[in-house]
Design a protein around this ligand. Structure first.
Ligand code: NAD
Ligand code: ZN
Length: 352
């Protein structure tokens, strides 16, 4: 028997740029022919949701909008063209809600670059609500043994850092510096890096994050807020003092993006993933050339990256800390995030 779907539901709705979101009742959407309706059980809160609320990126959100793009739940309805997933299956809604599937990027597994990509919690309503829509071709199918709370942060943060580590070209045995290691993406990046056989240098601020990073397996923790010479500290933690093979930039401030060139080793790769507003990546041409440095961006992941990142989690290789609070507490989570006070990820529990 098909599940009963109410007409109204609870949601966190952003009605003006800058927020805060309002906790209110809105209609439950109906899936189109190629879409599914997912009853969300848990959803992670990504720093991107805070950027969306503030409107600080040069890409407009829909307005008003429901944020959220790390939603895990159960399929309760589907359109008539959907054949890859059934009512009752567990599913995840990711940042990439849908794409055209036929442009050159979609055809060559670069669907995040699709010009018609739809973004959950940004250009279409996301997962900070009880019932959310996803294009069936893009939702992640989840085995029923996978816990829906712990997997939620994998659906953006996990996939993104896994992809970024692959893009860095770092190989087992190499040393990766993770900047912003104590945050949501950073805590998962440490775990994926370890599972991929990399040595980890974690860079963030404060003692709570030090304790967490050391537990997650960072061999060195460098506190950017107290270090007298961050560049020297990173180099000292690498073999022969040559610098990190790869730098994964996740911090939401510009300075570390400029600093990375000073401690990446010759032939090393700098991967920009964090997106501080109005920031520039400025590097001296001289050092970039004579050290043969590769500087690149990395944006979420394609559907197969999603399958692989979830598989790492399902195999028990990823176990990053998260705190669970009710959906109505989203504004408090944003406040803590703004102050860099979150070690790991917050996951919202969606009311029944
Ligand atoms: P978060 O707030 O959980 O973590 C950011 C961390 O950076 C915090 O722990 C903070 O203490 C730390 N930090 C701040 N300044 C620092 C500095 N100077 N040096 C080292 N660490 C510093 O945020 P998050 O959810 O992990 O997201 C991080 C960024 O990644 C955001 O800008 C988000 O929008 C972006 N993002 C990008 C993609 C992508 O596809 N490229 C995907 C998801 C998120
Ligand atoms: Zn995200």
């Amino acid at each position: 028997m098909a599940p009963t779907i109410p007409e109204k539901q609870w949601a966190q709705v952003v009605e003006k740029q800058g927020g805060p979101p309002g906790y209110k009742q809105i209609p439950v959407p109906t899936p189109g022919p190629d879409e599914v309706l997912v009853k969300i059980k848990y959803t992670g809160v990504c720093h991107t949701d805070l950027h969306a609320m503030k409107g600080d990126w040069p890409l407009p959100t829909k307005m008003p909008f429901v944020g959220g793009h790390e939603g895990a739940g159960i399929v309760v309805a589907k359109g008539e063209l959907v054949t890859n997933i059934e009512i009752g299956d567990h599913a995840g809604i990711k940042w990439l809600n849908g794409s055209c599937l036929v442009c050159e990027f979609c055809q060559t597994t670069d669907e995040p670059l699709c010009a018609a990509a739809q973004l959950s919690g940004y250009t279409v309503d996301g997962t900070f609500q009880q019932y959310a829509i996803g294009k069936a071709a893009h939702v992640a199918k989840l085995d029923k043994e996978i816990p829906l709370d712990a997997v939620a942060p994998i659906l953006c943060a996990g996939i993104t850092v896994y992809k970024g580590l692959k893009e860095s070209g770092a190989r087992p045995g190499h040393t990766v510096a993770i900047v912003g290691a104590g945050g949501g993406l950073g805590s998962l990046a440490q775990q994926y890096a370890r599972a991929m056989g990399l040595h980890v240098i974690a860079i963030d601020g404060g003692e709570e994050k030090r304790v967490m990073c050391e537990k997650l397996g960072a061999e060195t923790y460098i506190d950017f807020s107290t270090s007298k010479d961050l560049v020297a500290d990173v180099k000292a933690a690498t073999p022969q003092g040559l610098g990190a093979h790869a730098v994964i930039l996740l911090a939401v401030s510009e300075k570390p993006f400029e600093q990375a060139i000073e401690y990446v080793r010759p032939r090393g790769t700098i991967v920009a993933i964090g997106i501080p507003a109005h920031a520039f990546l400025k590097a001296p041409v001289f050092e970039t050339v004579i050290k043969m440095i590769d500087i690149k961006g990395s944006y979420v992941g394609n559907r197969q990256d999603g399958v692989e990142a979830i598989d790492f989690f399902a195999r028990g290789l990823i176990n990053a800390p998260f705190k669970t609070v009710p959906l109505k507490d989203l504004p408090k989570v944003f406040e803590l995030m703004e102050e860099n006070k979150i070690a790991g990820r917050y996951v919202l529990e969606i009311p029944e």
